[in-house]
Design a protein around this ligand. Structure first.
Ligand code: ADP
Length: 655
């Protein structure tokens, strides 16, 4: 609220030497030294040919534009001294606008369109509906309150626009070609309505190039090339009424303002005006956030699975070898009964020895060896294993059986094949008792492995009992021991093992185990996360561009609406706030949907893969926030564009 300079009280408006120029080279003198005074209750018609300056004058009178020079007093207030916000407040409370093209919001009902008049007056919604209904009754449209404007005739639309302008009893109604789009009957009806309103004391200014419209007015001025002159208008001159008390308060001008509730309601209405477009707009954000939440969730789920397998394997394995001296590893470093000694330790799940068998130049052939020369021989690795090794490396059998202690003690010539070795030798099953030859010795294949979790070289190896390897190939001692421990027992077993195996010389053994599985976990996880985050982030950028783009299109499309809002009292801030709120809300909605879909995908994929879904509890909370932030950022430029739009320009291009 602010005090302003007081002029004469008897005039609603007073122009002295008002000029308006546009551009510089060459300047267009749209108005030249216009003097005009209008008393309360007068009905003034402004006529003139196209381009004469009528609209320019109307915009200045409506505080939508400022004169280049001269003074304009509205109800005694010098409009030139008012801030933009105060001028918007003046438009909102004291001036009603009626346009040739109605400027109704097509997706809001008749009643809502009329109620819009009070949105920028920062007043509570109490009684707003009643006041709007009363205004609609004044224009004779009580029976159409719930209609959408698209269902109304041109004359009815203009009545809605007049009702909107009448809410709050403005001091002045400014009409720009109000009958320009109407047939003669509807036009005459509207003029009758104006006459009735004028008789009730409403001050009216109508811009028209229609003679019949101009003749209905009590007073008439004509503009040619920006110069205004009074025209006698028959005997229709009416005695001016006194300014109503409610309207005369020249000392204070309320700024235009909007309540948070109204702002939210306008933004929501703006968003839902076109549900199809809204769905398309948020699609980008939905896809982006779905991708992000899903990929993050899946990466956590998958990496957790990878890690849990990897971790468990790595954290429960100890490998024991003899320390190598100058002449290589000591073949006697590990005793034959190492597995038995180790399994006695608390915390050892399984232990087995594994030794590379030196078969010299011998090759492995599949049997029977009728004609050794004609058979392909393979340079396969031959390994000797104790029975416990198969448990310690978590070997899975494809077919057959594994060798036991008896085979080793009896030095039986039996062999188990790794799957790759079996493939190379062409052995697919053991039903026909296949045999292979290692050098000159014939071995019965008793089993074929499917997989091993540790010691992957076993996949391509021929595995024979230790005793047999000692007998046939002179294996002196075990090459290494593989120990599987319980989780958490590795370091303890690693300390005890040398004393259990070599109490005489514990330092002869080399013990290997993974001390920090957590580091491996972190490395795997962060690798996966970076990749997935990049993918999700990329989708979000695409979503943000989508929201920004569509909001910009909608700003351009809603130019007329922006102009109308400015006319009924919105300032730039209000326009920007509405568009920002719309784009932010779209982002939040996209975020909520995206988070839900993302979580759903993680759960469904996990269920399908029989994994345990791992969800970040923050993701569903953060996603709407991220969505909102993206909406806010991507809506900033379009909102600024909307706010910068001059109301005059908006009317010029937005009809
Ligand atoms: P009318 O309403 O009588 O048809 P206007 O008031 O719209 O006339 O325009 C008066 C003159 O001012 C015209 O020559 C028009 O081209 C010019 N004019 C109006 N607004 C602008 C503007 N924003 N920029 C440049 N010229 C303008």
């Amino acid at each position: 609220m602010m005090a302003t300079r007081k002029q004469s009280r008897s005039y609603v408006l007073e122009l002295s030497k008002v000029s308006r120029d546009f551009g510089t080279e060459p300047a267009v003198h749209a108005l030249v030294d216009v003097d005009l005074r209008l008393k309360a209750g007068e009905w003034l018609a402004i006529t003139g040919p196209s381009g004469a300056g009528k609209s320019t004058l109307l915009h200045i009178l409506g505080c939508l534009d400022r004169p280049s020079s001269g003074n304009y007093f509205f109800e005694g207030i010098d409009a030139g001294t008012l801030s933009d916000d105060e001028r918007a407040g003046l438009r909102s409370r004291r001036i009603g606008f009626v346009f040739q093209s109605y400027h109704l919001l097509p997706h809001r009902s008749v009643l809502e369109n009329v109620m819009l008049a009070e949105v920028y007056r920062e007043q509570s919604q109490d009684g707003r509906k009643e006041r709007a209904l009363a205004a609609l009754q004044r224009v004779g449209l009580s029976h159409r309150v719930d209609f959408l404007p698209t269902k109304l005739s041109g004359g009815e639309k203009q009545r809605v626009a007049i009702a909107r302008a009448l809410v709050g009893s403005p001091s002045l109604l400014l009409c720009d070609e109000p009958t320009g789009n109407l047939d003669s009957k509807s036009g005459a009806d509207i003029l009758d309505l104006f006459e009735a309103l004028n008789k009730q004391g409403l001050t009216l200014i109508i811009v028209t190039h229609d003679e019949s419209v101009a003749r209905r007015a009590g007073r008439r001025v004509h503009i040619i090339d920006g110069s205004l002159s009074e025209v006698a208008n028959g005997e229709r001159k009416r005695k001016p009424t006194r300014l109503s008390k409610a309207n005369v308060n020249p000392h204070v001008v309320g700024k235009s303002e909007i309540t948070t509730r109204d702002l939210f309601e306008e933004a929501l209405a703006g968003m839902f005006a076109r549900p199809g477009r809204m769905a398309l707009t948020i699609l980008g954000i939905v896809i982006g956030l779905t991708a992000l939440v899903a990929t993050l969730g899946l990466s956590r789920t998958a990496s957790n699975r990878i890690i849990s397998q990897f971790d468990e394997l790595a954290a429960t394995e100890i490998t024991i070898t003899g320390k190598s001296g100058l002449s290589g590893a000591d073949p006697n470093a590990i005793p034959w009964d190492a597995p038995a000694r180790l399994t006695r330790l608390n915390g050892v799940v399984a232990a087995g020895t594994l030794s590379e068998v030196d078969i010299g130049d011998d090759l492995v052939r599949s049997s029977p060896v009728r004609d050794p020369q004609s058979q392909t021989a393979f340079n396969l690795s031959v390994q000797a294993a104790s029975p416990g090794l198969f448990t310690a490396v978590r070997a899975e059998l494809e077919t057959g059986r594994l060798p036991d202690l008896g085979h080793s003690e009896r030095m039986d010539r039996v062999a188990v094949l790794g799957p790759n070795a079996a493939l190379r030798l062409g052995i697919v099953g053991i039903e026909h008792l296949p045999a292979i030859a290692i050098g000159d010795h014939l071995y019965l294949v008793i089993g074929i492995l499917r997989d091993v979790a540790r010691e992957p070289e076993l996949l391509g190896a021929v595995i024979i009992p230790e005793g047999t390897a000692g007998h046939d190939f002179g294996l002196i001692g075990p090459g290494k021991v593989i120990v599987e421990t319980r989780i958490g027992a590795t370091s303890l077993i690693a300390q005890q093992a040398p004393f259990a195996l070599r109490p005489d010389d514990p330092s002869a053994l080399k013990i290997e185990f993974l001390p920090e599985p957590q580091r491996v976990r972190d490395a795997v996880q962060s690798d996966l996360n970076v990749l997935f985050l990049l993918l999700g982030g990329l989708s979000l950028v695409v979503g943000a561009i989508g929201i920004g783009n569509i909001t910009l299109v909608s700003v351009i499309e809603r130019t007329g609406e922006i102009g109308l809002r400015r006319a009924i009292g919105a300032n730039r801030r209000h326009i920007a706030a509405q568009f920002l709120l719309e784009s932010t809300s779209l982002g939040v909605i996209g975020g909520v949907i995206g988070a839900s879909l993302g979580v759903l995908i993680v759960v469904v994929v996990s269920a399908y893969q029989v994994w345990t879904p791992v969800l970040d509890p923050l993701a569903p909370v953060l996603a709407p926030l991220v969505g909102g932030l993206i909406g806010l950022v991507s809506g900033t430029y379009p909102a600024m564009r909307a706010a910068q739009l001059e109301p005059i320009e908006a009317f010029r291009f937005g009809t």
